[in-house]
Ligand binder design. Structure first.
Ligand code: PAF
Length: 277
């Protein structure tokens, strides 16, 4: 695997060796797990060359403690990417990504900037849009691969691609789970043993809620999820909602498809998960 810290060198290399190829891109913040590697696998299946980026983007963290605690096991990440057969790693610093200090790009997110993650993490998606735009401009991918776990992020990035009319195919790849159902996440490493045990209940509540589709109203199922999650004494529920998967607006019946979104604090770590119905 070739590793670049400068986008100009990455671009020269891609031009020289992969001109005319489809370029698959998997942007990450590192601390890679099997979920990320499944995105690399998808990219390798579909594209001529696969680029992964590892960059912990400071301007998408609304909580400085979260940024400070974010794991950065770069040597281990490189090993995992090598084993997964990734062709290129772009591992830049802030200066290379932003051509200086980070700058915020704001685009019309059509309401996505007001709900769920946007409400809980003010400014988060402005930071995501800013960095993803810079990374797409640097890598110039034809295809990009994002995990369904950050469901709202997939909608935001799709919106950004449309907004800038970028000739990029967007793939949402399924959530990978631990054997007990917990959605894989770089933040899981921070859970205490007790929190880890409680965290299983998130997917349990989601699965049970999914089974109630059609039997009760969406509001009743949301109430059921709250009750189930609240049984876990130290879990703070931020949201547990059933909404339209295209715009995250509330649904009143089961006529259309739906997504169940959950975010909780356990309390050392914030965890999110979702299930598409
Ligand atoms: O999902 C992530 O890891 C990040 O939000 C992303 C897309 C790499 C942007 O920093």
């Amino acid at each position: 695997m070739q590793i670049f810290t400068k986008k100009t060198e990455l671009q020269d290399y891609l031009k020289k060796w992969f001109a005319g190829n489809t370029i698959g891109f998997v942007p990450t913040m590192g601390a890679l797990h099997a979920g990320h590697l499944s995105l690399i696998e998808q990219s390798k299946k579909k594209c001529g060359v696969t680029v992964c980026s590892i960059f912990v983007n400071p301007i998408q963290f609304n909580d400085p403690a979260d940024l400070a605690k974010y794991p950065r096991p770069i040597e281990h990440d490189i090993e995992l990417l090598e084993k997964a057969g990734c062709d290129i790693l772009y591992n830049p610093d802030v200066n290379d990504v932003y051509d200086g200090e980070p700058s915020i790009i704001q685009i019309d997110l059509g309401g996505l900037e007001k709900v769920f993650e946007s409400k809980q993490r003010p400014g988060h998606f402005d930071g995501v849009v800013s960095v993803v735009k810079k990374l797409f401009d640097a890598v110039k991918p034809t295809d990009v691969f994002f995990g369904q776990k950050d469901y709202q992020q997939t909608l935001v990035v799709r919106k950004m691609i449309r907004y800038y009319n970028m000739p990029i195919k967007f793939y949402t790849c399924p959530i990978l789970r631990e054997a007990d159902g917990l959605a894989m996440s770089s933040r899981n490493a921070r859970l205490t043993a007790e929190e880890r045990e409680q965290a299983i209940n998130i997917y349990k509540a989601l699965k049970e809620a999914a089974l109630k589709q059609g039997l009760y109203t969406p509001t009743q199922v949301e109430e059921y999820m709250y009750t189930e999650l609240q049984k876990n004494s130290f879990m703070e529920i931020e949201y547990a909602s059933i909404v339209d998967p295209t715009d995250l607006k509330p649904i009143i019946d089961w006529q259309h498809s739906a997504v169940i979104l959950v975010a909780v604090k356990v309390p050392s770590t914030r965890l999110i998960d979702n299930v598409l119905l």
